[in-house]
Each structure stands twice: as C-alpha cells, then as structure tokens.
Design a binder for this molecule. Structure first.
Ligand SMILES: Nc1ncnc2c1ncn2[C@@H]1O[C@H](COP(=O)(O)OP(=O)(O)OP(=O)(O)O)[C@@H](O)[C@H]1O
Length: 309
C-alpha cells in the first residue's frame, strides 16, 4: 500500500528548474531510494515532501496528508534528517534528544534509540566532540524520536569513512525492520544497491527510471563483455571470425588481450568460434552488468568516480 504519492512535482528557484517532473510512490515498509548526481533535484524533492518548500506544481500526499495544507497532521508521522543538519556545538547528546522528544505528544524512548544507534555511551558527550559517524547516527536518532511511520534521510553517509558508512547502513536496515518506511536520498551507487528495495533515478529534475536495483540492471540492454587472453600461437583470423558473429558488436585487441562486446548468447557463440578454431583462451571472464552500467545507460553519464564507490 503506498504511503507516499508524488505526482508531477515541479519546483524552480528563479531561472533554475530544480524539479521538472517527478512522480513516484513509496510502499509501506520499504526502503525507497532517490539516486542522482549533485544538483539532480533530490533534496528539493524531499524538502517539498517534508513540507519545507512549496512546490510550483504537482500533487504530494503522505499518508493521505498534503504537507502544505496540513503540516501539523504530518509532523508526528514523518521524521526528517536533512543534509547539513547541525546542532549547537555544546549541546549534549541527551539534551538534543530530550529537546526534540519534547516536540511530540508520543515520542519514542530516546534511551532505546541510543542503544539502537550504538550511542548509549555518548549520552553525555557534546555534539562537537562526536565523530562524523556518531553525529550522523545522532541525526538519525533525532529523526526517529517522534516515533514516525516514515523517515526521510538525505545524504546520510556523505563524508563518512567506509566503516562508518557500513555501520550506518546496518542501522537503516534495523529501522526498516522496526516497520518504519524509509526514503533515502543518495548519490552513492553502492548504498542504493545494498539498501534500497526500489529506486528512482533522478536526472536533471526528472525520474528517468524506477525499479528495484536488480530490475534497473535488467532493464538496460548494456553490452556484455568477455575478456580473454589469446595463446601466443593463435591464428589472428579467429578474431575476424568472431567479429562476424551476430551476437558480437565489437572486438578490441591489445597485444594478446581481447575484449569482445555483444549481447544475447555472446559467451556461447564466442566459445564455440574459439573452439572450432582450436584456440584455447586463458583468463576468460564475463563482465557482469551493474547498477553503474544501468545509471550510465539511463542518464548518459556516470556518477563522478569518487562518488560512486
Ligand atoms: N535555495 C536554492 N536557491 C536556488 N537554487 C537552488 C536552491 N536549492 C537548490 N538549488 C538548485 O536547484 C538544483 C537542484 O538542487 P538540489 O539540491 O535539489 O539537488 P540534489 O540532487 O539534492 O543535489 P545535492 O546532492 O548536491 O544536494 C540545483 O541546480 C541547485 O543549484
């Protein structure tokens, strides 16, 4: 059952169109990802969802509530952790949680949240003395302290080291296991692939694809690639024959190293051609298609190299 419905959302800032046309729905209990490059319109989309920005057009419903029309009804249902959230440096962890809990009629037990997030021993630590990962985990606790049914988490693991990032992923899975629906904004491919049940890829303010990570990969008819090494005495004519196969789109040779790109039954067709020419290749491997390939095929460009790991 959808708990969030976004229909033809539009938002511009002056001449900049941040969101041109975004539609998606989020089912109860899932981790729904919004993946895209910097500036794609992800934050604007979730800020509109959270009622923090007024859309120029389109329709938004969270649990049947319009965030602009009835923000008071939405507040107890929605926990929001936005990018660049900062707390006063001297505020202690327990003070922040106690303060945020006081905003709600039926807050969660924040001590339990501290346990869940591995911050129990940091209760009396000031915000400025927490590590980046601990600050992020505190921001998740603050988003959950109102006992929301839905949590929006924006660029949660940006700036974290790989260990802290993986710890945070485990926490998000635990939150989902507690029945909270999670909307996760990210520009990390691995994060989207690992965590999200479904994923909207947003590019230049539009949804260009929406499916499970595996479904997105399967949608893309990206070339399969076979890599192998020819034996020193191989007749080079075999590559000309491989090039003629209907499954093959391209053959690239660098010294004895060969890459064959193609579709369909590529592995079978190439193996047969090699075998009938009595050529036994070494180091044969098939390159799997990935979410990165799907992203490139759908948007025309990769995520920046340093961002996609
Ligand atoms: N307050 C604002 N005023 C003017 N332009 C803005 C404002 N906020 C965002 N933009 C612009 O709108 C576009 C979409 O920005 P948005 O922050 O929604 O994208 P994003 O996908 O979340 O990117 P990032 O990951 O960098 O936050 C960008 O071109 C951005 O520069």
């Amino acid at each position: 059952m959808p708990v969030i419905e976004v229909t033809e959302l539009r938002k511009r800032y002056g001449d900049t169109v941040a969101v041109a046309d975004v539609s998606f729905s989020v089912d109860e209990g899932e981790i729904f990802g919004i993946l895209g490059r910097n500036g794609a319109g992800k934050t604007t989309t979730v800020e509109c969802l959270a009622g923090l920005r007024r859309p120029d057009g389109g329709k938004l419903e969270i649990l049947g509530i319009d965030p602009q029309r009835d923000p008071a009804a939405l507040r107890p249902e929605l926990g929001v952790q936005l990018q660049r959230s900062q707390l006063p440096e001297k505020l202690k962890v327990w003070e922040a949680l106690d303060l945020y809990a006081s905003y709600y009629d039926q807050p969660a037990d924040w001590r339990e949240l501290l346990d869940l997030l591995g911050l129990a021993d940091k209760q009396h630590t000031r915000f400025a003395h927490l590590s980046g990962g601990q600050q992020q985990r505190l921001s998740i606790a603050l988003a959950l302290v109102g006992n929301p049914r839905i949590a929006i988490l924006d660029e949660l693991t940006t700036g974290l080291d790989p260990v802290a990032r993986r710890d945070t992923w485990a926490v998000i899975e635990q939150i989902r296991d507690r029945g909270v629906t999670v909307v996760l904004v990210t520009h990390f491919m691995a994060e989207a692939e690992r965590l999200c049940d479904r994923l909207a890829i947003i590019d230049a303010g539009r949804v260009v694809a929406l499916d499970s990570p595996a479904g997105l990969v399967a949608q893309v008819d990206a070339a399969q690639r076979l890599h192998f090494r020819l034996p020193a005495d191989a007749d080079p004519q075999v590559l000309a024959e491989i090039e003629q196969l209907s499954a093959v789109t391209e053959v690239t040779r660098t010294g004895r190293q060969v890459i064959v790109a193609g579709t369909g039954d590529l592995l079978f067709a190439v193996s047969q051609a090699l075998s009938s020419a009595q050529v036994t290749p070494s180091e044969l491997r098939v390159e799997q298609r990935s979410l990165d390939d799907a992203f490139v095929a759908l948007t025309g460009r990769p995520l920046d190299a340093e961002e996609s790991s």
